[in-house]
Design a protein around this ligand. Structure first.
Ligand code: PLP
Length: 389
């Protein structure tokens, strides 16, 4: 057992990076590592039983997203799903050579899109307004009959701002383009009805909703055979050939359990997270009267706050907090922070962007933890302010 005693008293407020696996989820997964190790593709009694278990998880996710079971494919998570989609769908679309993405997408989308430039695709980034939302008027001008794919996230991981997905999907369809939604930060924080939203594809990661790391799902409207594409991965027929390779049974079981927990308490969870958000943002604004909540007036998911403390560099603040884990952007951009592409796209000047923190809660966060975090952030920022003078 590794010695983790040093991290026990920490207050974890970086849940958009990853969440703690629920004990119920872990408990549900364990037998599939030990007593029930069977391969879901095996035809023996054990394999057939496991196949049913995997299908049970698919059922739970399908119900949660209001889609059909055969439209969901388990994989290792959103980054894989996004790469899969860009590689397969676009290679089969010789007449349409334009990809439209929002400028505030996660790097999994932005880099997947830009990588296809080398293959002759034009990538156009949709600008966002100062509050962080994609403008529909500009999107109308950009999405055209040359467009193969439009990809816009449900909610931004740095600001929590929600985009007008239904309208964007409609615009894409009017031009004959496919619409993908990176829904990683929406699951468990808003009701996600993919059929109502009208998206063609969507991607998810279990570890953002108290599920295990390394498992996720790709939604493809109409199922595997609905679209004409070139499959990027070769191997066995698992997941209808969309994702060859032995199915991560414990992971899929854990994802199913996490989704079951979300689905049964969604309204309650959203209202609890909203309460925490109000408590946190009221507290921050009281302490830092010149502070700014980015995207405050926009529709946002209830667990995310992006807050600027003018004059207090966020990397200095974060590294001096002794008990509180917060961030200043996407975890996968660490090391390049200081110039978040999201805040830049919102027109926030660098000197302001460098003083922004992201606080992301979960249903496991308590009001007491928010109070302690506010106190420590206040104390540490004050010290930094004195040092900087
Ligand atoms: N999209 C968004 C909006 C995210 O926040 C993340 C993870 O931070 C991803 C995609 C990638 O998810 P994963 O690292 O689980 O593949």
């Amino acid at each position: 057992m590794p010695n983790v005693s040093f991290i026990k008293p920490l207050i974890y407020l970086d849940n958009n990076a990853t969440t703690a696996c629920s004990s119920e989820v872990l408990e549900a997964m364990l037998p599939y590592y030990t007593d029930l190790p069977f391969n879901a593709s095996s035809t023996h009694i054990g394999g057939r039983a496991i196949h049913k278990i995997v299908e049970g998880s698919r059922d739970k996710l399908a119900k949660c997203l209001s889609v059909r079971k055969y439209e969901l494919f388990f994989n290792s998570g959103a980054t894989e799903g996004i790469n899969w989609l860009f590689l397969s769908l676009l290679k089969e679309n010789p007449d349409r050579r334009k990809i439209v993405v929002s400028s505030v997408e996660h790097k999994a989308v932005l880099n997947s899109a830009h990588a296809l430039q080398a293959e002759g695709f034009q990538v156009v980034e949709l600008p966002v307004s100062r509050d962080g939302t994609v403008s529909l008027d500009i999107a109308k001008d950009i999405i055209d009959t040359q467009t193969a794919l439009v990809s816009v996230q449900f909610a931004n991981n740095e600001t929590g701002v929600i985009h007008p997905i239904t309208e964007l999907a409609e615009l894409a369809h009017q031009s004959g383009a496919i619409f993908h939604c990176d829904a990683v930060q929406g699951l468990g924080k808003e009701k996600l009805d993919l059929t109502d939203l009208g998206v063609d594809c969507a991607t998810f990661s279990a570890h953002k909703v108290h599920g295990p790391k390394g498992v996720g799902a790709l939604y493809i409207k109409g199922g595997a055979n609905h679209w004409k594409w070139k499959l990027p991965f070769q191997g066995g027929p698992q997941e209808n050939g969309i994702r060859p390779g032995t199915v991560n049974v414990p992971g899929v079981v854990g994802f199913g359990k996490a989704v079951e927990l979300i689905s049964s308490h969604l309204a309650e969870h959203i209202s609890y997270l909203r309460e925490l958000q109000v408590c946190l943002e009221d507290g921050l604004k009281l302490i830092f009267s010149n502070g700014i909540v980015h995207g405050e007036k926009a529709q946002r998911i209830p667990n995310t706050t992006n807050f600027c403390i003018p004059g207090c560099p966020s990397d200095m603040l974060i590294s001096n907090l002794s008990r509180i884990c917060i961030s200043n952007g996407s975890a996968c951009n660490s090391g390049t922070i200081g110039s978040s592409h999201v805040l830049k796209a919102m027109g926030i000047p660098d000197e302001e962007a460098e003083c922004c923190i992201r606080i992301s809660t979960s249903t496991k966060t308590t009001k007491g933890e928010i109070e302690i975090a506010l106190e420590e952030i206040s104390r540490t920022a004050k010290k930094i302010g004195e040092y900087m003078q």
